[in-house]
Ligand binder design. Structure first.
Ligand code: FE2
Ligand code: FE2
Length: 294
């Protein structure tokens, strides 16, 4: 299927929320690094992120019903992890984005993208976003599917592991949500705006996460905020808003360690089922023994 994030997804002309019925998947932290394997500093193993994403894509193909679209939640490519001694050029990132596009071409649905802290915006725009207005333009946007509205934010703060939303993006978000008041809305952002209670991971939150979440509170149609970045599944609810985090399609972080601790999988992704005003979700973990059974 196509990979152009600007294409219109077929929404079957459903405009009333109670009639909405579809599924989407959230695949995040794919960390594709063409030509190498990830050796996490806090892990003591090496991991083939390409192979694990290929397995995840096959699992998505097995879903019944098939998803309407896939959201790729950031940290799409990270050849920087193969060369920790120096900053990489955008040109050096490009083969990893091309490899990502090749792997995702087997998805049974269109893909839309977020960028994360490991991404290179220039290379991403060049390979996966032909319509980018400038070479290093941030990538935030909204789109509709049936009666629902979706927002993808760009929380990358270049050179930082944590994230930030600049005032221009927050202003855009405020206007976008005001324009879509009548539609149940799901927001995607790479960095987690609320702390998880895990010390090391919480040094890398969205710096102005409270500002984002209090804005979302004002827009009562916003239901869920779905994040990547933390390589584990967690849900945090405050008032009307629920923040969900999705595990990575490759390595995971410990759910109990307060210090950095990276685990060799299992690869995972999130399925979200929309049925009228109701949202249901599950995280699927692939089997560690490499078999395809779910
Ligand atoms: Fe990541
Ligand atoms: Fe990240």
């Amino acid at each position: 299927m196509g990979l152009d994030e600007d294409q219109e997804v077929d929404s079957k002309n459903v405009t009333i929320a109670s009639e909405a019925r579809f599924r989407f998947v959230h695949l995040t932290d794919t960390h594709i690094m063409a030509g190498g394997r990830w050796r996490p500093r806090a892990g003591g193993f090496e991991f083939d992120t390409e192979e694990s994403l290929r397995r995840v894509v096959e699992a998505v193909r097995a879903l019944d019903p098939a998803p309407a679209f896939a959201i790729l939640g950031g940290d799409l490519a990270s050849p920087d992890l193969l060369h920790r001694d120096r900053p990489l050029t955008s040109q050096e990132y490009e083969p990893s984005y091309r490899l990502l596009a090749e792997i995702l071409a087997r998805l049974p649905c269109p893909a839309r993208f977020l960028v994360g802290n490991h991404d290179d915006r220039v290379a991403f725009n060049r390979v996966l976003r032909a319509a980018a207005p400038t070479a290093n333009a941030p990538h935030y946007y909204g789109f509709d599917y049936q009666a629902y509205h979706f927002v993808a934010l760009d929380s990358q703060e270049p050179g930082q592991a944590g994230g930030f939303l600049d005032p221009a993006q927050l202003e855009w978000l405020h206007l976008d949500l005001a324009r879509h008041r009548g539609r149940p809305t799901v927001v995607f952002v790479h960095h987690h705006p609320w702390a998880l209670g895990l010390e090391w991971i919480d040094t890398m939150t969205l710096r102005n996460g409270e500002q984002l979440m209090s804005m979302l509170h004002e827009h009562t149609q916003v239901r869920w905020v779905i994040c990547g970045h933390v390589h584990l599944d967690q849900a945090v609810q405050r008032g009307r808003l629920t923040m969900l985090t999705t595990p990575s399609t490759c390595v995971q972080l410990s759910k109990v360690s307060q210090a950095a601790k990276v685990l060799p999988g299992p690869p995972a992704f999130r399925v979200v089922d929309v049925s009228g005003e109701e949202l249901a979700t599950r995280v699927l973990h692939l089997r560690a023994d490499g078999s395809a059974e779910l």
